[in-house]
Write a protein that binds this ligand. Structure first.
Ligand SMILES: [Mg+2]
Length: 386
């Protein structure tokens, strides 16, 4: 089998906040009539457009290659960009291709991808909810009521960034400080949520890498009293020493990884015991191949894998196949309010059932993309995105 074409599709989803920019799909075609789908969505600063451009640059190096040689192609793309820095934008386009090649392999062998990765270790994939509160939520009671509704739907774990002051500037980081008023407002929101949902629900806090060390430690200590399940990216991703300083000075579990790329970024985090959970993004860190490898690396340190998701449905599907076959798996992220948006470009909806996801046993990713939807919602570049 040979690759005959690589095509990208940028589409805008009207149900998702335009701040997130367009979703980027890639379709890899073969001379066997099998096509595989991948996703390279990324956001802020028009980065999906940059990845789209990058994917068009590697089209020629892929045409004529055997799509079954996923590992060789992975390394060829990764090393091609070693002078500009392989981790980041290059691993995002690499991720899209890797996912599409696994889809092709599964369709060719008529097996779901999780079967090719070693077979299932669970029947369904546990998920946690993000984006479960209404856009106009402001007061602690608004979040408490939404949290209770989310639990009543069956969810056992939910994530939020309650510190809206810095969220408005996201992904910016300037001083790393938070005002006492906004800090107390965020803590009050979490306290109200904890009181509403009781002690057994996992509350995950996303700090979005926006704090300096003293702010992160102070916020973490206040959150520890509310028994949160993790504090995510308490400091920006560059400094392991800063992360260690936070970790050694607070009791809350720490999660990092959406801005870490490939096993090479995760190895020191795990070796130095800097996180209790790791959260690679399958569309950013190197695809299904790399998510599986990072999961195994984490397993050797008894650390759970919990993939980050903030984009489209192929990202969800790709992560769910790894979730089916990874023993040390916590939960797969999804945005609860986006489920209609995830399903919009698919002919069959994803198998969300509140607290878990049922993964299709059809060949490959087990999804069928509606190309008419992609065409009808084609993203027209009209200035900056995100
Ligand atoms: Mg995050």
């Amino acid at each position: 089998m040979k690759i005959t074409d690589v095509r990208t599709f940028l589409y805008a989803n009207p149900d998702v906040n335009p701040r997130f920019g367009p979703i980027l799909f890639v379709r890899v075609d073969t001379d066997a009539g099998i096509s595989g789908w991948g996703e390279g969505s990324t956001w802020a600063g028009g980065s999906a457009l940059i990845v789209d451009y990058g994917l068009r640059q590697i089209r020629d190096m892929l045409i004529g290659r055997d799509p079954s040689e996923i590992e060789a192609i992975w390394h060829d793309i990764y090393r091609r960009y070693t002078y500009m820095g392989s981790r980041g934008m290059p691993t995002q386009m690499l991720s899209a291709i890797d996912i599409a090649l696994w889809d092709i392999k599964g369709k060719d062998l008529v097996r779901p991808i999780y079967d090719l990765l070693g077979g299932k270790v669970r029947e369904t994939v546990p998920v946690y909810a993000n984006a479960w509160w209404p856009d106009d939520a402001h007061e602690p009671r608004d979040f408490a009521e939404a949290a209770l509704r989310t639990v009543e739907l069956g969810h056992q774990a939910m994530k939020i960034d309650p510190f809206s002051e810095m969220a408005e500037a996201f992904p910016g980081y300037v001083s790393g400080e938070i005002t006492p008023e906004h800090e107390s407002r965020g803590i009050a929101r979490i306290a109200a949520i904890r009181e509403a949902v009781g002690p057994n629900i996992h509350i995950l806090i996303d700090a979005h890498g926006q704090y300096d060390v003293p702010s992160a430690i102070r916020v973490a200590d206040r959150l520890a009293e509310l028994d949160i399940a993790w504090l995510e990216e308490p400091v920006p991703p560059e400094s392991h020493d800063a992360l260690r300083q936070v970790r050694e000075n607070t009791a809350v579990p720490i999660c990092v990884g959406e801005r870490l790329f490939t096993r090479f970024d995760f190895a020191p985090i795990l070796e130095r015991r800097l996180a209790d959970f790791v959260m690679p993004d399958v569309c950013w860190t190197g695809g299904i191949s790399e998510l599986r490898r990072i999961g195994a690396l984490a397993e050797a340190h008894y650390v759970p894998l919990s993939p980050h998701n903030a984009a489209g449905p192929i990202q969800i599907a790709a992560g769910s196949h790894v979730g089916m076959t990874t023993p040390n798996f916590y939960r797969l992220e999804h945005a609860m309010n986006w489920i209609p948006a995830y399903n919009a470009p698919l002919r069959e909806p994803l198998g969300f059932e509140s607290d878990f996801l049922t993964v299709s046993d059809r060949p490959g990713l087990g999804i069928e993309v509606d190309e008419d939807y992609l065409e009808a919602h084609r993203y027209l570049e009209s200035g900056t995105v995100g």
